[in-house]
Design a binder for this molecule. Structure first.
Ligand SMILES: [Zn+2]
Length: 283
């Protein structure tokens, strides 16, 4: 039996970078980054080290906050330069922005930036190749949910599957987001709106069953999903987008605690992705 690994992550981005808000061109004073601290408070209490995928400009604006979590042993990785979906960038724009962001974060925070997650989980084969050429060790963008916005066709040519959700191409890894079958479709059970918005009784049963039968689980959140600040009333947004921003926010911390407990009971080891790269290389 393989050793079981769980990775807790956060996509550290300002509230205005939330897909439905940036699509509507909305700007906000509040960044909701207190939700990062709230998440880390839960994880620190359980002795869990997390991977923070941060938008470059957000990390630079919230330098002290990020440094505080880095000092406690959490990992910093890149969630793009400015959160523009990659389908809107040429390969050369992607290469130069990503190199600049990787170098800026490494210098500013004194830590190697070895991981990447694409905005809205949209990546393709040529962008993956660029990440490898820029010296990244891993990507964690594959959601596998065809209904999500900004996804791109990706074939993972040259990759071999190590276990469900983990692919390897030489020394480079793809750590996919966890998904399972729901009503005949692959559905992400790895956090964000997918876990928050759907019927919790059903999601709970699926997550529990998945965790018992598998050996790799990834969880992710955005800061606004745990922020103590009220979500602004935005009547101009479509009803679904208002629902996305508000539903289940107040109780999300309890779901995070429940998932941690289930993983612990099932014997999962909590690691950062940087640590998981080493475990997979040594396996
Ligand atoms: Zn994002």
């Amino acid at each position: 039996m393989n050793k079981k690994y769980a990775v807790f992550t956060m996509d550290v981005e300002a509230f205005a970078d939330t897909e439905c808000l940036s699509r509507a061109g909305m700007e906000f004073e509040q960044d909701m980054l207190d939700g990062l601290d709230a998440y880390m408070e839960i994880l620190d209490r359980h002795g869990i080290k997390a991977t923070m995928f941060s938008v470059c400009r957000t990390a630079l604006q919230a330098k002290d906050r990020i440094l505080n979590h880095l000092r406690k042993g959490h990992e910093l990785a890149l969630h793009s330069y400015d959160h523009r979906p990659l389908c809107q960038l040429t390969d050369e724009e992607f290469r130069s922005q990503t190199k600049m962001a990787k170098d800026l974060l490494s210098e500013t925070f004194g830590t190697e930036i070895s991981g990447y997650r694409a905005p809205c989980f949209g990546i393709d084969d040529s962008k993956l190749q660029i990440l490898r050429e820029l010296g990244f060790d891993y990507d964690s963008s594959h959601l596998g949910f065809s209904f999500a916005r900004h996804t791109m066709p990706v074939g993972f040519h040259g990759f071999e599957q190590l276990r469900k959700g983990i692919l390897r191409c030489k020394d480079f890894f793809e750590f996919g987001l966890t998904q399972d079958r729901l009503f005949g479709h692959d559905y992400p059970i790895s956090g964000g709106g997918y876990v928050r918005l759907f019927n919790w009784g059903i999601i709970k049963a699926i997550i529990k069953d998945y965790i018992l039968k598998n050996d790799y689980y990834v969880f992710y959140l955005h800061p606004f999903e745990l922020s103590k600040q009220p979500i602004p009333y935005l009547p101009k947004l479509k009803l679904y987008d208002q629902y996305y921003l508000n539903h289940g926010i107040r109780s999300y911390h309890k779901k995070v605690e429940w998932i941690i407990q289930i993983l612990s009971r099932a014997g999962y080891e909590f690691v950062t992705f940087k640590e998981l790269v080493q475990h997979m290389k040594n396996a």
